[in-house]
Ligand binder design. Structure first.
Ligand code: SAH
Length: 241
C-alpha cells in the first residue's frame, strides 16, 4: 500500500515536472550576460564585424529567449541551433554579418523573409524603426511573434505567408534580409527594394554550395556581389509560380 502511494506521488511529481514551463522574463543571469558579451568579442568582433550599431544590437538582443528549451542553454555558442520544424537559428556571426551588410539605420523600414525563431528580427529591431518579417511555417510564425513580444520588441510585425512575394502593403523597404536559400532571387523582392536599398540573400540549392549575395539597387540598375559561401535551410514555396 505504502509503495503504491509513493509511486503515485512519484508519477504526479513527474507529470508536474513535465508540465512546468519556466516563466519568460527579461531578467537574465550574470552568466548569460557574460556569455553574450564574450560571444560578441570572440565570434563577431574577432571576425571583422565593425559596425558599432550592429555590435551594440548583438550585445543587447538576448539570443537565449528565442531558442526553445533545453537548447537555449547553448544560445551563445558559435553555431546554428535547431528551433523545431526542421529549421535552425543561424550562427550568431552570420546574423551579425548579414545585419552589417545591409547597413541598417535608425529611420529604416526592413523586410525579413524567414522569421524562424525571431532572433534576426530582434537584432534588426534593436537598430531600425520597423521590421516586417514573413514566415512560411505557421507554428514558427507564432513562436517568433510571441517571443518578440515577450522580449519587449514593439517595432516588429510578423506574418505567416510565403515570403517569395515580399510584403507589398509595406513596400518599398530600405533593406531586405532573406534567411533561407533560394535558387534564384525572387523578382518581387527586388521590386520592393527602395532605390539605394540593399538586400542580403543566400543563393543556391540544398546540395550545392550557396553564396551569400549582396544586392544593391541603384535606379534601374541592380548589382550583385558574392560575399562568402554559406549553408542555409532551403527557401520553400507555398505554391510554385
Ligand atoms: N531568421 C531566422 C532563421 C530561421 S531559418 C532566425 O533568426 O531564427 C529560415 C526560415 O525561413 C525557416 O524558419 C523557414 O521556415 C523560413 N522560410 C523558408 N522558406 C520561406 C518562404 N518562402 N517564406 C517565408 N519563410 C520561409
Amino acid at each position: 500500500m505504502k509503495a503504491k502511494t509513493l509511486s503515485l506521488k512519484f508519477a504526479a511529481g513527474c507529470m508536474l515536472a513535465a508540465l512546468w514551463i519556466p516563466p519568460l522574463s527579461h531578467a537574465e543571469s550574470d552568466a548569460q550576460k557574460e556569455a553574450r558579451m564574450n560571444m560578441v568579442e570572440t565570434q563577431i568582433e574577432a571576425r571583422g564585424v565593425e559596425s558599432p550599431v550592429v555590435l551594440e544590437a548583438m550585445r543587447n538582443a538576448k539570443r537565449h529567449l528565442f531558442i526553445p528549451p533545453p537548447r537555449d542553454r547553448e544560445a551563445y555558442q558559435d553555431r546554428p541551433l535547431p528551433i523545431g520544424h526542421g529549421q535552425t537559428i543561424s550562427q550568431p556571426y552570420i546574423v551579425a554579418l548579414m545585419t552589417e551588410l545591409v547597413q541598417p539605420k535608425a529611420e529604416h523600414k526592413v523586410l525579413e523573409i524567414g522569421a524562424g525563431s525571431g532572433y534576426q528580427a530582434a537584432v534588426l529591431a534593436e537598430i531600425v524603426d520597423h521590421v516586417y518579417t514573413v514566415e512560411i511555417v505557421e507554428p514558427l510564425s507564432k513562436w517568433a511573434d510571441e517571443r518578440l513580444k515577450l522580449a519587449g520588441y514593439e517595432n516588429v510585425t510578423v506574418k505567416h505567408a510565403d515570403g517569395y512575394h515580399g510584403w507589398e502593403e509595406h513596400a518599398p523597404f530600405d533593406a531586405i534580409v532573406v534567411t533561407a536559400a533560394t535558387p534564384h532571387i525572387p523578382p518581387p523582392l527586388i521590386a520592393q527594394l527602395k532605390d539605394g536599398g540593399r538586400m542580403i540573400i543566400p543563393v543556391g540549392s540544398r546540395f550545392r554550395t550557396q553564396q551569400l549575395v549582396l544586392v544593391e539597387k541603384d535606379g534601374d540598375e541592380v548589382t550583385t556581389r558574392n560575399i562568402l559561401p554559406v549553408r542555409f535551410v532551403p527557401f520553400t514555396r507555398a505554391e510554385e509560380d
